[in-house]
Structures are given as C-alpha cells and as structure tokens.
Design a protein around this ligand. Sequence first.
Ligand code: IDP
Ligand code: MG
Length: 141
Amino acid sequence: MAGSITLTIIKPDAFGAGKAGKIIAHLEEGGFKLVAARVMRLTLAQAGEFYAVHKGRPFYTELVEFMTSGECMPMILEKAAAVSALREAIGATDPAEAAAGTVRKLFAESKGRNAIHASDSDENAARESRFFFSETETIRS
Ligand code: IDP
Ligand code: MG
C-alpha cells in the first residue's frame, strides 16, 4: 500500500556543495521513496511565495535571498507517515541542535544554511507539492 507524501527541498548550500546524491541516498536508506524530483533555481517571487508564512520574521529576507542564491532540488517523497518521518530524519532547524544521524547534523552548515526543507503538516505537504509539481509529474505506486 502506498504511504503518504511529503515535500522536501535540497537547499542551495547542499546542492551547490555536491551533496544532493549523498542526501538522496541517506533518505532512500531511511525508507523514503522518490516520487518526483527536479533541479531549478527559484526566483525571488517564487521563494517569497513559498516561504510567505515567514513574512515579517527577522530571517525572512535572508531566507529568500539564500533560497535564490543557487540551484535547489525539490522532491516529493513517499513513506508511511511521511511528514513526521521526514521531520525526524532531517533533525532540528539548527544543525548544532540536530540529533546524530539526521540530514542537518550530517550535511548542514548553520541555522540559515541548513541543507534541507521538509513540510510541517499533511496540508502543507500537499500545498508545497502542488507548488513545484503538476499531477502528471507525480508517480505513485
Ligand atoms: P524548518 O525548516 O526546520 O521547518 P522554520 O522555522 O520553518 O524551520 O524556518 C524556515 C527556514 O528559515 C529554516 O529552515 C532556515 O533556513 C531559516 N531560519 C529559521 N530560523 C532562522 C534563524 O533564526 N536564522 C536564520 N535562518 C533561519
Ligand atoms: Mg518550517
């Protein structure tokens, strides 16, 4: 039976450092199935819209600039309870506080440049998946 889905982004720090393959391998080893993937560079408007929930926060401008600073890799992942499983797999926002073995502990530089995004609810996973992918690009078994 198919699991649920979540949306992840390998952020420009990790993608630019050539860590995408290692991060994908780590997620696959953790039981996540790749359902859709692309490489792109976000425009300021796209990054601003994607992170609109954070508008007004002190780090918003820095976040939008960082997310547009280079290529990134949005992906839809499938697993049982995918949203919570991926949040656990990526670790705390600040890699200094992330648990051992998490993506951010292994691959992130700092709280801002933290290698990876993960949806925080099923509702946002659906919204964020539609933001990057059309229905025909999403193959689910
Ligand atoms: P999350 O990515 O763990 O869900 P959020 O609080 O949703 O964390 O913040 C979104 C992104 O904004 C973070 O992943 C990080 O890149 C950036 N960010 C959050 N808090 C800070 C901060 O205090 N300083 C710099 N960047 C931050
Ligand atoms: Mg978040």
